[in-house]
Design a protein around this ligand. Structure first.
Ligand code: SF4
Length: 239
């Protein structure tokens, strides 16, 4: 077997494993899915990637109940609203998460590619690659799986997401993929979770300040992200 055939075979095996897990745990609760992922399937090889955005407290709380020392990766793009890093610290402390790691763009790359910090004005894809995709890809080298808070109701490429998937080089675990907005609200209230301060200002999805706008009631949750552009995802979920 050639090297590339061997690699393809390996990908096939991991895709099959993800499909099998997705089928087996399609109707499991988020806590059951997290327990299986963290304590059985990907022991010491799994991380949670969180934006500490509008809905993030739910998954962070769920993970904290299963294993509060799970590594949590927060991509600090340098372009967050001022409220987000404050919320990140407050939430981590309140939930007892002991291993939150801030990822930042490489200083030399930022100096070369975006010296004055205005790249987002001319090329949002390049800016997201510099500030989100590359730092995350580098950090994910140490893991075989990551937990995401993506949900089918977010629309776009997310409507058919399964609970487990294998994309590119990593497994992804999506424990609350089938949750609706009302499930998120109920969980926030049941566990008295603090909302991100921008939610009450009309931001149901919160990213970087240059690329996030408030939305009208009833609008798509992510309608305020990269408004006026065809872009709907930052690229970290592209395989
Ligand atoms: S969301 Fe906007 S500011 Fe943030 S990394 Fe992407 S293009 Fe840059």
């Amino acid at each position: 077997m050639t090297l590339s055939a061997s690699a393809e075979n390996s990908v096939d095996i991991r895709e099959a494993r993800a499909r099998s897990l997705a089928a087996k745990y399609a109707n499991a609760t988020p806590s059951e899915i997290l327990d299986v992922a963290i304590n059985e399937e990907f022991v010491d090889e799994i991380t949670l990637v969180s934006s500490f955005g509008a809905e993030s407290a739910v998954l962070l709380h769920l993970v904290a109940q299963v294993a509060p020392d799970t590594p949590v990766l927060f991509i600090d793009t340098g372009k967050h609203f001022a409220q987000t890093p404050i919320y990140r610290r407050k939430l981590a402390r309140q939930l007892g998460l002991t291993n939150v790691i801030d990822l930042k763009p490489a200083t030399d790359e930022a100096a070369e590619i975006d010296p004055d910090g205005s790249l987002w004005q001319s090329d949002t894809d390049a800016c997201c690659t510099l500030r989100k995709v590359r730092p995350l890809n580098k950090a994910l080298d140490g893991y075989s799986a990551w937990i995401t808070g993506r949900k089918q109701f977010h629309g776009g490429a997310r409507v058919h997401l399964p609970v487990f998937e294998f994309k590119g080089t990593h497994f992804k675990v999506n424990p609350i993929v089938s949750w609706k907005p009302e499930d998120v609200d109920t969980y926030f209230k049941a566990h008295d979770l603090p909302p991100h301060p921008l939610v009450e200002q009309g931001f149901p999805s919160i990213g970087c300040w240059p690329c996030t706008h408030p939305v009208a009631p009833g609008d798509d949750v992510r309608a305020g992200r990269w408004r006026g552009q065809s872009k709907t995802e930052c690229g970290i979920h592209r395989s």
